[in-house]
Design a protein around this ligand. Structure first.
Ligand code: SAM
Length: 283
């Protein structure tokens, strides 16, 4: 019989957040795959867990996943932990889960801390619809494309950032999204936990005066539907009626329907649009 993979969430700062089920599982599996064994040994020692560890990180995640799948196929139970929080959330895990699924090995998740959800719930921004971006990519082109998508995003956006890149990222968000509400969540669950609801512009001026310290989650307000509507209106106002018509007919709409839509957008009678296009009154 094959063993199983247990994805174990560990504290993001406060050891009191370790769940009893994770302690029990880490103590009873045959092997723990840890992102950084030197870091995780402190956690295991704290909870008196003696299970042997092997490293599973970004740079060995593919070959090591094959090894771990082999171990599970031989009947061993394996637990995966990351440095902090939930494995596979901006941490290695995804590849191992995929390979287990391909090999028909059961995977289960022991939920617990995740910085993104902790920050979202504290942000005061809408939590009804949200998206998680993790870290923005270092590649400039890829980052520009993601920022362009985020500009139109109407859901609340959650980002991770390291302190030494915080100012740069705030600047990029300001440039791409404009000044929006943002909540900076710092050192969550730790002694110096700070939740700062502000705007991107104010955050930039704050960190122009003081150095960012600690780990941050940025929770950014999505673009409101009102803002989208205002932008749509503003874009028509700078268009001629012909250009406005072409916007719809270019998308495959027939002329009659487009005229109706253009008249509705501009709040004018249809005959005005007809006259502007055909130069006569509507028949
Ligand atoms: N797997 C983790 C999770 O479930 O949240 C995320 C790991 S990711 C490599 C590390 C990033 O998560 C940090 O750079 C920071 O943005 C965020 N983070 C982790 N712990 C945090 C904390 N206590 N307070 C604020 N942000 C934290």
């Amino acid at each position: 019989m094959s063993g199983m993979l247990y994805l174990c969430a560990t504290p993001i700062g406060n050891l009191g957040d370790m769940t009893p089920r994770v302690v029990e599982t880490l103590g009873s599996v045959d092997l723990i795959a840890a992102e950084d064994t030197r870091n995780s040994i402190k956690l295991l020692n704290h909870f008196g867990i003696r299970t042997s560890m092997t490293s599973y990180h970004e740079y060995n995640k593919v070959e090591k996943a094959d090894y771990l799948v082999g171990q599970m196929q031989q009947g061993k139970n394996v637990a995966l932990i990351s440095d902090a929080g939930t494995p596979a959330i901006s941490d290695p895990g995804e590849v191992l889960v995929q390979k287990c699924q391909e090999a028909g090995i059961t995977v289960t998740s022991l939920p617990g801390p995740a910085a993104c959800i902790t920050a979202l719930t504290l942000s005061g921004l809408s939590s009804r619809r949200f998206c998680f971006e993790g870290f923005l990519p270092p590649d400039k082109k890829e980052k520009a494309q993601i920022l362009a998508e985020l500009k139109e995003e109407s859901r609340t956006i959650i980002l991770y950032e390291a302190p030494h890149h915080l100012v740069r990222t705030l600047g990029e968000l300001y440039e791409a999204l404009g000044d929006r509400r943002i909540t900076l969540c710092r050192e969550l669950t730790k002694k110096f936990e700070t939740v700062l609801p502000t705007t991107i512009g104010e955050a930039l001026s704050l960190y122009g005066r003081e150095e960012p310290r600690g780990e941050y989650v940025l929770v950014v307000e999505g673009k409101s539907l009102r803002q989208k509507e205002e932008e749509r209106q503003a874009s028509w106002q700078s268009m001629t009626i012909g250009e406005h018509m072409a916007l719809y007919t270019g998308g495959g709409m027939d002329e009659k329907t487009a005229m109706k839509q253009v008249a509705k957008d501009r709040g004018v009678p249809k005959r005005e649009i007809y006259a502007a296009i055909h130069g006569t009154g509507m028949r």
